[in-house]
Design a protein around this ligand. Structure first.
Ligand code: ADP
Ligand code: MG
Length: 171
Protein backbone atom coordinates (compact mmCIF):
# COMPACT_ATOMS: atom_id res chain seq x y z
CA UNK A 1 0.00 0.00 0.00
CA UNK A 2 2.73 2.41 1.08
CA UNK A 3 6.29 1.70 0.09
CA UNK A 4 9.08 4.20 0.59
CA UNK A 5 12.78 3.66 0.05
CA UNK A 6 15.68 5.88 1.04
CA UNK A 7 13.59 9.03 1.35
CA UNK A 8 15.57 12.20 2.00
CA UNK A 9 14.18 15.58 2.86
CA UNK A 10 15.93 18.82 3.78
CA UNK A 11 14.49 22.21 4.57
CA UNK A 12 16.52 25.04 3.09
CA UNK A 13 16.18 28.73 3.66
CA UNK A 14 18.91 31.00 2.47
CA UNK A 15 22.26 29.59 3.51
CA UNK A 16 20.91 27.12 6.03
CA UNK A 17 19.84 23.60 5.26
CA UNK A 18 18.42 21.14 7.75
CA UNK A 19 18.59 17.49 6.72
CA UNK A 20 15.51 16.04 8.45
CA UNK A 21 14.82 12.69 6.78
CA UNK A 22 18.00 10.75 6.10
CA UNK A 23 17.15 7.71 4.05
CA UNK A 24 13.88 6.46 5.53
CA UNK A 25 12.55 3.04 4.47
CA UNK A 26 8.98 2.10 5.32
CA UNK A 27 6.59 -0.50 4.01
CA UNK A 28 2.95 -0.58 5.11
CA UNK A 29 0.58 -3.24 3.83
CA UNK A 30 -3.16 -2.75 3.40
CA UNK A 31 -4.96 -3.31 6.71
CA UNK A 32 -1.94 -2.57 8.86
CA UNK A 33 -2.22 -0.06 11.66
CA UNK A 34 0.97 1.89 12.22
CA UNK A 35 2.01 4.56 14.66
CA UNK A 36 5.09 6.68 14.13
CA UNK A 37 6.77 7.74 17.34
CA UNK A 38 9.71 9.96 18.05
CA UNK A 39 10.74 13.09 19.94
CA UNK A 40 9.36 16.47 18.98
CA UNK A 41 11.29 17.80 16.00
CA UNK A 42 12.49 14.39 14.83
CA UNK A 43 10.63 14.57 11.51
CA UNK A 44 7.29 12.79 12.07
CA UNK A 45 5.19 15.56 10.51
CA UNK A 46 7.71 15.93 7.69
CA UNK A 47 7.30 12.24 6.88
CA UNK A 48 3.49 12.36 7.18
CA UNK A 49 3.33 15.40 4.90
CA UNK A 50 5.26 13.45 2.27
CA UNK A 51 3.09 10.34 2.71
CA UNK A 52 0.00 12.58 2.44
CA UNK A 53 1.34 14.16 -0.80
CA UNK A 54 1.29 17.55 0.90
CA UNK A 55 5.02 18.11 0.45
CA UNK A 56 7.80 16.95 -1.86
CA UNK A 57 10.87 14.95 -0.99
CA UNK A 58 14.40 15.39 -2.31
CA UNK A 59 15.53 11.87 -3.02
CA UNK A 60 14.31 8.29 -2.82
CA UNK A 61 11.20 6.46 -4.00
CA UNK A 62 7.61 6.72 -2.79
CA UNK A 63 4.99 4.32 -4.10
CA UNK A 64 1.39 4.65 -2.97
CA UNK A 65 -1.08 1.97 -3.98
CA UNK A 66 1.32 0.90 -6.74
CA UNK A 67 1.75 4.39 -8.16
CA UNK A 68 5.00 6.30 -8.06
CA UNK A 69 4.51 9.61 -6.28
CA UNK A 70 6.94 12.20 -7.56
CA UNK A 71 6.74 15.63 -9.16
CA UNK A 72 2.95 15.55 -9.29
CA UNK A 73 1.23 18.79 -10.18
CA UNK A 74 -1.18 20.28 -7.64
CA UNK A 75 -4.23 19.00 -9.48
CA UNK A 76 -3.04 15.41 -9.71
CA UNK A 77 -1.85 15.46 -6.09
CA UNK A 78 -5.23 16.82 -4.94
CA UNK A 79 -7.06 14.10 -6.86
CA UNK A 80 -4.95 11.35 -5.30
CA UNK A 81 -5.36 12.84 -1.82
CA UNK A 82 -9.12 13.03 -2.31
CA UNK A 83 -9.35 9.45 -3.58
CA UNK A 84 -6.78 7.61 -1.49
CA UNK A 85 -5.87 9.49 1.67
CA UNK A 86 -7.65 10.63 4.80
CA UNK A 87 -5.59 13.13 6.74
CA UNK A 88 -6.30 14.58 10.18
CA UNK A 89 -4.29 17.76 10.56
CA UNK A 90 -2.64 18.56 13.87
CA UNK A 91 -4.34 21.98 13.77
CA UNK A 92 -7.59 20.62 12.23
CA UNK A 93 -7.70 23.04 9.23
CA UNK A 94 -11.48 23.32 9.26
CA UNK A 95 -13.02 25.92 6.97
CA UNK A 96 -14.08 28.66 9.37
CA UNK A 97 -17.16 29.90 7.47
CA UNK A 98 -18.61 26.44 6.93
CA UNK A 99 -20.50 24.56 9.62
CA UNK A 100 -19.46 21.12 10.90
CA UNK A 101 -21.66 19.26 8.41
CA UNK A 102 -20.36 21.27 5.44
CA UNK A 103 -16.75 20.75 6.57
CA UNK A 104 -17.24 16.99 6.77
CA UNK A 105 -19.04 16.95 3.39
CA UNK A 106 -16.30 18.91 1.58
CA UNK A 107 -14.31 15.93 0.19
CA UNK A 108 -17.53 14.64 -1.40
CA UNK A 109 -18.16 18.05 -2.97
CA UNK A 110 -14.87 17.56 -4.80
CA UNK A 111 -16.13 14.14 -5.90
CA UNK A 112 -19.19 15.89 -7.33
CA UNK A 113 -21.66 14.21 -4.97
CA UNK A 114 -24.93 16.20 -4.81
CA UNK A 115 -25.38 18.58 -1.89
CA UNK A 116 -28.34 16.69 -0.44
CA UNK A 117 -26.53 13.36 -0.55
CA UNK A 118 -23.18 14.59 0.78
CA UNK A 119 -24.81 16.48 3.65
CA UNK A 120 -26.81 13.40 4.60
CA UNK A 121 -23.65 11.25 4.68
CA UNK A 122 -21.80 13.98 6.60
CA UNK A 123 -24.45 13.97 9.32
CA UNK A 124 -24.16 10.17 9.55
CA UNK A 125 -20.42 10.49 10.13
CA UNK A 126 -20.93 13.27 12.67
CA UNK A 127 -23.43 11.00 14.42
CA UNK A 128 -20.85 8.18 14.60
CA UNK A 129 -18.50 10.59 16.35
CA UNK A 130 -21.17 11.84 18.77
CA UNK A 131 -21.53 15.23 17.11
CA UNK A 132 -24.93 15.09 15.42
CA UNK A 133 -26.22 17.95 17.56
CA UNK A 134 -23.33 20.11 16.40
CA UNK A 135 -23.84 19.67 12.65
CA UNK A 136 -24.99 23.25 12.12
CA UNK A 137 -22.40 24.93 14.32
CA UNK A 138 -19.37 26.79 13.01
CA UNK A 139 -15.87 25.62 14.03
CA UNK A 140 -15.52 28.72 16.24
CA UNK A 141 -18.41 27.40 18.35
CA UNK A 142 -16.76 24.02 18.92
CA UNK A 143 -14.26 22.88 21.54
CA UNK A 144 -10.82 21.60 20.52
CA UNK A 145 -11.91 17.99 20.92
CA UNK A 146 -15.09 18.57 18.93
CA UNK A 147 -13.12 20.24 16.14
CA UNK A 148 -10.77 17.30 16.08
CA UNK A 149 -13.68 14.88 15.72
CA UNK A 150 -15.08 16.95 12.85
CA UNK A 151 -11.64 16.72 11.20
CA UNK A 152 -11.65 12.94 11.75
CA UNK A 153 -15.12 12.63 10.17
CA UNK A 154 -13.90 14.68 7.20
CA UNK A 155 -10.89 12.39 6.82
CA UNK A 156 -13.07 9.27 6.84
CA UNK A 157 -16.04 10.32 4.71
CA UNK A 158 -14.47 9.21 1.42
CA UNK A 159 -13.59 5.79 2.90
CA UNK A 160 -9.93 6.33 1.91
CA UNK A 161 -7.59 3.37 1.61
CA UNK A 162 -5.00 5.19 3.68
CA UNK A 163 -6.41 6.68 6.84
CA UNK A 164 -4.29 8.72 9.13
CA UNK A 165 -5.38 7.81 12.61
CA UNK A 166 -3.15 10.32 14.33
CA UNK A 167 -5.50 11.55 16.96
CA UNK A 168 -3.61 13.34 19.64
CA UNK A 169 -5.75 13.53 22.72
CA UNK A 170 -7.35 16.93 23.06
CA UNK A 171 -8.96 17.67 26.38
P1 ADP B 1 7.94 16.37 14.44
O1 ADP B 1 6.63 16.32 13.71
O2 ADP B 1 8.59 15.03 14.64
O3 ADP B 1 7.85 17.14 15.73
P2 ADP B 1 8.79 18.00 12.18
O4 ADP B 1 8.77 17.05 11.04
O5 ADP B 1 7.67 18.97 12.29
O6 ADP B 1 9.00 17.19 13.54
O7 ADP B 1 10.14 18.84 12.11
C1 ADP B 1 11.42 18.24 11.94
C2 ADP B 1 12.46 19.34 11.87
O8 ADP B 1 12.28 20.09 10.69
C3 ADP B 1 12.39 20.33 13.02
O9 ADP B 1 13.72 20.65 13.39
C4 ADP B 1 11.68 21.54 12.43
O10 ADP B 1 12.14 22.73 13.01
C5 ADP B 1 12.08 21.46 10.97
N1 ADP B 1 11.02 21.96 10.07
C6 ADP B 1 9.76 21.46 9.97
N2 ADP B 1 9.06 22.09 9.03
C7 ADP B 1 9.89 23.04 8.50
C8 ADP B 1 9.77 24.03 7.48
N3 ADP B 1 8.65 24.17 6.78
N4 ADP B 1 10.85 24.80 7.21
C9 ADP B 1 12.00 24.64 7.89
N5 ADP B 1 12.19 23.73 8.87
C10 ADP B 1 11.16 22.93 9.17
MG1 MG C 1 4.73 17.00 14.30
Amino acid sequence: MINIKSIHKSYTNGQNSLHVLKGIDLKIEAGEMISIMGPSGSGKSTLLNILGILDNYDDGVYQLDGKKIQHLNERKAAQLRNKTLGFVFQSFNLVSFKNAMENVALPLYYQKVSRRKRNKIAVEYLDKLGLKEWAHHLPSELSGGQKQRVAIARALITKPKVRDTKCEKVA
